[in-house]
Every structure is written in C-alpha cells, then in structure tokens.
Design a protein around this ligand. Structure first.
Ligand code: NDP
Length: 411
C-alpha cells in the first residue's frame, strides 16, 4: 500500500507530532522570554531548557532556572552575579555573568535558541549561536538592523536556520512562496499605529513615557513599546524584512491596521494577496517557531471575525511619525546608516524613558546622528561594516553622538 499522502490520515490527526527540542533563551525574563517559557511549561515533555539569560532581574531569572531545572543561568550585569549565586545555591545550576557568560549560554549545545535580548546587546550572543549552526528564533530585530549584511552572511556560512518571531515577519514566513521570489510583487507590513495614531504633533511633543508605553494592542517591553509609539519599530521591521526576505527596498510597504489582526501580507504578481491572521498575542508566532516545521496548540483566544466585525487599513503618516521616514531612508542608503539609526534610537529612547528628552526629540536625535555621521562615511560606508568589531565601533560612535545630543538638549 502506498503510504505517502499529502493529506492527514485519521492516525496522524490523533497523534501529537514528535518535536522534542533542546532550548536556550537569551533574554528569558523579558516579555518574549516569558511568553516562550509559558509555552514550554505547557509542553514540558517536548522541550528541555539548557540555559537562560537576563540583564539584572535576578529574582525572575532564578525562579525560571529552578522551575525549568536548567544547566546554566547568566546575568549580563556582572554586579548581579553574587546575588544570582546566592539565589541558586544548592541547585547545581551553573552561574555566569557578563558578555562572556552570555556567549557561553549561546554556545551551549541547544538545538533552538530564542534571541530575545533587547537592543544591539543581543547581537554578539546571537551571532555566537549562529556560528554553531543553531536554529535561531529571532525576536531581536536590532541584530538585523545594526548588522544585517554581516549577520546574514554568517547565517549562510554556518548553515544556521533563522526563524522569524516578530509577528509581521512570522506572518510573512508563513505565507511566503520561498522557491519563487520572482512571483512576489510586494511585502506589506501591517502596523497597529501605536498609542499616538490619532494624536497631533503638539500632543506628541509633550507625551510622557507612561503614555508612550501604553500600547493599545500588544503587551511588550518598554523599548519596543516606545518604538511602536514613534513608528520607529515599523522602520526597524522594514530593515529586518529587507534582510530576511528576497525583495528589494522598493518592494516593502507599510499599512496601518489598528485592529492588529492581519499580521502582514505578501502581494503576488497575479494579484493574490496572502495574509496571516490571528489574535495579537506573541505566543502565536513563538509557538509556530517552537514547533516548526509542525504546529502546536496554544492557549491564545481563538480569533472570531464575526465578533471583530470590521478590519480597517490606512496609509502611514510620515510627517507626524518622522522616525518611520528616517528608517526608510537609512534602509535605502544602506551601508552603516541602519547601524547609526539603531544605535542613536536606543540612546534616545532610553533618554526619553528617563525623562531627559521629550518624545519628539527621539526622531530629532536620530536625524542629527544620521546627518552628522554620514559625512564620515563616503558612499554611506558600504565597505565599513565588514565584521563584528567594525560594526561595534560604528555603533559606539553613533551612541556617543546621540548621548552628546541628549546632553545638549536635556531639559
Ligand atoms: P524586554 O525589555 O521585555 O526584555 C528584554 C530581555 O533582555 C530581558 O530578559 C532583559 O533582562 C534582557 N536584557 C536587557 N538588556 C540587556 C543587556 N544589556 N544585556 C543582556 N540582556 C539584556 O524586551 P521584549 O521581550 O519586549 O523584546 C525583546 C526583543 O524582541 C526586542 O528586540 C524586541 O524588539 C523584540 N520583539 C518583542 C516583541 C514583544 O512583543 N515584546 C515583539 C516582537 C519583537 P532583565 O529582565 O534583567 O532586564
């Protein structure tokens, strides 16, 4: 009897797929990290967690490490190491700290690595996991923004597998006909529009950190929440998509979709548009990548389109949200410009969260860094970001420039 069938049999419908994986989570105490652990805890027989990392949140990290009985727990901030050792004494769990500790966690023999450290701080540890050919569930978009060409070269060289976790890129990953890139007309990223979608420029000038992080649809860490309010997040995602998918800069579009149900779309040349829909809950894209190439059950509320009633779409307003225009421009220029954009944005967001500069100053600071540093890089520094050390140097330069801007403009 022929056994190969493209359709599920009754037997395969009843049985769970075998998807056992060993796992490391870089940034386990954050929003994405905690959602990943939530899914793993519901499937403890399928996943073995090897290593976890955090920055300073010792209490949460120690609790996760004990619960999941991991081999290694790492704090990036070396001053927290003694506290972590105290919290894990008697458990047999190894403790490490600092950059070398993060790299050690990434190097542990885990098949699947969740890259969920926020910001460019995630680049070196994620690259370490790439270089041993692991499956990388990539939440940290800043890796691809600040080092896209180099990062993708390393992925190819070490035969690592990139699994996009960001909900928009995950949606595209689900509907993209990878074998036939010539059939793609456009990739359309959807944006919720953030908390200030309907606010005036005058309102945003005075907006507080509390207002900026109050995202209407997604529950996320502070940095990405502010990026969503400025729409810089969508700009970073354009650059991320440019590196992940086989399209040119001009084939990438953004459409504002406040309900956050359609998570992105691929427009094919025959006029078909394929989209992925779901409730705005990061456990859906994380689950897709955890179970990949299968699917797993999640506790996420089912989508009821009849309850939602209508889905709306509008064009982004590049005037009110200049950060999106800056990111698009940096993507077009290429070279070191996205590295500068990302570094200046990280400094500016931190300064805004610390109430040193205003909300609208974030884009001003980024624009100043791009304008000033562009002069130092003929042809946008196309040859200047050839390895990690060179990228880190440019990142450092841009941070210094942005910090000086903050110093000058702090209220
Ligand atoms: P959070 O701020 O919630 O968590 C960040 C994690 O990184 C924490 O574990 C934090 O540790 C750790 N961390 C912070 N700074 C450092 C550092 N300097 N060195 C090492 N570790 C550090 O972020 P999110 O989970 O919201 O986002 C993580 C990444 O995923 C970001 O790149 C974001 O853009 C991306 N992403 C997030 C989504 C979301 O829904 N949250 C959606 C799509 C993408 P500690 O707790 O100790 O501070």
């Amino acid at each position: 009897m022929l056994s190969a069938s493209p359709l599920p049999t009754q037997t395969s419908k009843r049985h769970k797929s075998v998807i056992a994986k060993t796992i490391t989570i870089l940034g386990s105490t954050g929003s994405v990290g905690c959602s990943t652990i939530d899914l793993i805890e519901r499937n403890r027989d399928l996943y073995k967690v090897v290593a976890l990392t955090a920055n300073r949140n010792v209490a949460a990290l120690a609790a996760q490490a004990r619960k999941l009985k991991v081999e290694l727990a790492v704090v990036a901030d070396e001053t927290c190491k003694a506290d972590l050792e105290d919290a894990l004494r008697g458990t047999g769990i190894e403790v490490a700290a600092g950059q070398s500790g993060l790299i050690e966690a990434a190097n542990r023999e885990a098949q699947w690595v969740m890259a969920a450290i926020v910001g460019a701080a995630g680049l070196a540890p994620t690259l370490a996991a790439v270089r041993r050919g692991a499956e990388i569930a990539l939440a940290n978009k800043e890796c691809l923004v600040c080092a896209g060409d180099y990062f993708m070269q390393e992925v190819a060289r070490h035969k690592a597998t990139l699994l996009p976790v960001d909900s928009e890129h995950n949606a595209i990953f689900q509907v993209l006909e990878r074998q036939h890139p010539e059939q793609i007309e456009k990739i359309i990223l959807t944006a919720s529009g953030g908390p200030f979608r309907e606010k005036t420029t005058e309102f945003m000038e005075k907006a507080t950190p509390e207002q900026a992080v109050a995202h209407p649809k997604w529950d996320m860490g502070a940095k990405i929440s502010v990026d969503s309010a400025t729409l810089m997040n969508k700009g970073l995602e354009l650059i991320e998509a440019y590196h992940l998918f086989p399209v040119d800069v001009e084939q990438l579009d953004v459409v504002v979709h406040p309900e956050s149900i359609v998570h992105s779309m691929v427009d094919y040349k025959d006029g078909s548009v394929l989209a992925q829909l779901g409730s705005p809950d990061m456990r859906i894209p994380i689950a897709y990548m955890l179970a990949w190439p299968h699917r797993m059950a999640t506790p996420v509320p089912r989508l009821s389109l009849t309850e939602i009633g209508s889905l709306t779409f509008e064009a982004p307003d590049y005037k009110r949200f200049p950060a999106l225009a800056l990111a698009r421009e940096a993507m077009r220029m290429g070279g070191v410009m996205p590295t500068i954009l990302n570094a200046a944005n990280e400094i500016a967001v931190e300064a805004f969260l610390n109430r040193r500069i205003g909300f609208s100053d974030i884009a001003r600071n980024v624009e100043a860094a791009l304008t000033t540093l562009r002069r130092d890089f003929p042809q946008n520094g196309a040859q200047s970001a050839a390895d990690l050390a060179a990228i880190e140097e440019i990142d450092h330069l841009a941070r210094k420039n942005a910090a000086e801007w903050v110093q000058k403009h702090a209220s």
